[in-house]
Unconditional design. Structure first.
Length: 288
């Protein structure tokens, strides 16, 4: 009974914890389908590269306006989309793989963002920007997270079929429709937008973990795409809840705590998952 009280008491007593929980839950639900499709499209590392790529724009917004949601969102979104566009341009002109282009660009973006904040003389706030803080989820931030989550889920529902076809059989999609490039562009925009809106609470370097770890863990529990999305959302939501509790009771940064819980869920899925898990039941031999 006492343990059950501790699981809910912080959210009942403190407004900032309720805001962080609600914001984290809607973020987990909106990033779940994005993470699943990133894995299916073999673009897992692109999420990490874009998360680093948004930092210079967010740093400029933070430099000029502080922890202002519009400034951080516009700056981060511009930098993320700009980095993705630059990588695509380099790939188109040189033939270098897009993931290789992103891998070359994102360390430059990360170093630029850290340098900008260092020049601004705000190194203390740099930790909040990189690793997140539950205290950062104020009213406007929570409203922005709700809007982005709703927009992402609606947009993903609209592009679901062309995105799925483009993932599984792009050549077939090209013969029956021209929506493939549009769906891909909308999908990447949603990835950047969710990474940007999430770094206030989870942190610029941590939010990609909430996007990718539950999605990777879900692969060990089902082969059906709709089930994968639901399982990823549930695992992400559970990671947010438990991570915030750990952060509160042990005075730890909320972003790393949430990601470590998600990482624990991934490792448990690797071991116990019924689909390719290490301890999955061995099927009985069929009689001839």
């Amino acid at each position: 009974m006492i343990a059950a009280v501790h699981l809910w008491q912080p959210f009942q007593e403190f407004v900032f914890m309720r805001r962080a929980l609600l914001g984290g839950l809607v973020l987990a639900c909106s990033t779940a389908p994005l993470g699943v499709f990133l894995i299916l499209r073999r673009m897992s590392l692109i999420g990490d590269a874009v998360a680093h790529g948004i930092l210079p724009g967010a740093a400029l917004g933070f430099w000029f306006a502080g922890l202002s949601l519009p400034a951080l969102t516009v700056g981060g979104l511009s930098a993320g989309l700009g980095m993705a566009g630059l990588a695509a341009w380099i790939t188109r002109l040189t033939g270098l793989r897009e993931d290789a282009s992103l891998a070359a660009i994102y360390p430059i973006s990360l170093a630029s963002g850290v340098l900008i904040l260092g020049i601004a003389g705000k190194r203390l706030d740099l930790l909040h920007l990189l690793f997140g803080s539950a205290l950062a989820v104020d009213g406007p931030t929570l409203t922005g997270m709700l809007w982005v989550s709703g927009l992402s889920l609606i947009a993903m529902a609209l592009i679901y079929k062309p995105l799925l076809l483009d993932t599984l059989d792009p050549l077939f999609l090209q013969t029956v429709s021209r929506l493939g490039p549009l769906a891909h562009g909308v999908f990447l925009t949603l990835v950047v937008l969710n990474l940007v809106i999430g770094f206030q609470a989870i942190g610029a370097l941590m939010v990609v973990g909430l996007m990718m770890l539950p999605a990777a863990a879900a692969r060990f529990w089902s082969r059906r795409l709709p089930v994968l999305i639901v399982v990823a959302a549930l695992l992400g939501s559970l990671s947010v809840w438990l991570g915030l509790l750990i952060s509160f009771y042990f005075s730890l940064p909320s972003g790393p705590a949430i990601v470590l819980v998600a990482g624990g869920g991934y490792l448990l899925s690797v071991v116990f998952g019924p689909v390719h898990g290490l301890l999955r039941p061995t099927p009985l031999p069929t009689s001839q």
